[in-house]
Design a protein around this ligand. Sequence first.
Ligand SMILES: Cc1ncc(COP(=O)(O)O)c(C=O)c1O
Length: 407
Amino acid sequence: MDERLAERIQGISPFYVMELLQRAKQLEAQGKDVIHMEIGEPDFATPPSIVDAGVKQLQTGEVKYTPAAGLPELREKIAGFYRQRYAVTVDKERIFVTPGASGAFLLALGVSLNPGEELLMSDPCYPCNSNFVKLFDGKTKTVPVDSTSRYQLTAKHIKQHWTKATKGVLIASPSNPTGTVIASEELKQAIQAVNELGGCFYSDEIYHGLAYGENASTALAFSDDVFVINSFSKYFGMTGWRIGWLIVPEAFIEATGKLAQNIFIATSTHSQYAALAAFDEYTLAELERRRAEFEARRDFLYGSLLRLGFEIPIKPDGAFYIYANCSKFTDDSYQFALDLLEAEGVAVTPGKDFGLNKANHYIRFAYTTSIDRMSIAMQRLEKFINIKDSHVRKTSICDRIKSQNPK
Ligand SMILES: Cc1ncc(COP(=O)(O)O)c(C=O)c1O
């Protein structure tokens, strides 16, 4: 390894699923049909009204830098969205337009985390957030969670794991990889606990809009003293436009503005103009149709996986993921994912991309492909499991015979 590499890079983990993706590409190049259920982005194209608004702006040629905090009219629209959807008032000065939720989190940590300070997060959780903490020379303390808390951190977890080194808590709801939404009351109590402990609360709300029961509550409904991270990537279908937003407590406005100027200068101009169309009635109606399609897919996949013998203790009620326990079939979900891809051309994400908590027993299925494609994937998965099962039965019979006749 080149000794000029920064030490902090060693603590940053790559995605295991990338290896799978690379293999999937090779198989596809050889003419094999691969069904992608590993991909964490909507398969729908960006709504045409948003694309048109972005293209129109490009055609004017006016794509110079915008103010670092974002176009004032977009910040106003985001504030309006909170009034309309959540009945919450947010001063637009607290809203910063960023290059995705990723950019939002970088800013939030940049203005609030000192080297050595710790953030509490659930295990399993989305791994990049934890890597961002390492980038700022902070530490992540992951707390193993299970279905009893909907795979979310609770006030009880927070109080139990808080130490002198703890700076704050990150909660992502709906969650990646479990797709579960934290109950409103639990969110409120978690925020209260962090406020009382004098820490920072970071709420990753990137999958808001994609909830299939009650709407997910925003942290802003319970406190102004929170960092809210959101994005146009998922619900609005704009992953590649790289645009999101961050809402900061009032005391952090000046610092966030200063940091945004320095590290991004501004978010992509045409993406900001495109996003102005994201809150139009027409666009929102289209996004609601997509949400309904995701819900139907969730129901299909949930039923199919249970029928095949996967364990899913609670029905996920958000995002577009099902985190399924596959311990009935394997003790190594990574190998299972590699073999499934190789044998049947179905790509899924192994649990170890999301932490250490029983990760070898979990697989994340993303329903970012049609029900028709998923139903073929389920047939292939069934075949794979049956072959694997008969192989296991055969080898265990062999083992038994061998142990009875050691020679
Ligand atoms: C939980 C969570 N947070 C943040 C992000 C980052 O999203 P983006 O930077 O595209 O807005 C993702 C992306 O998959 C995610 O799943």
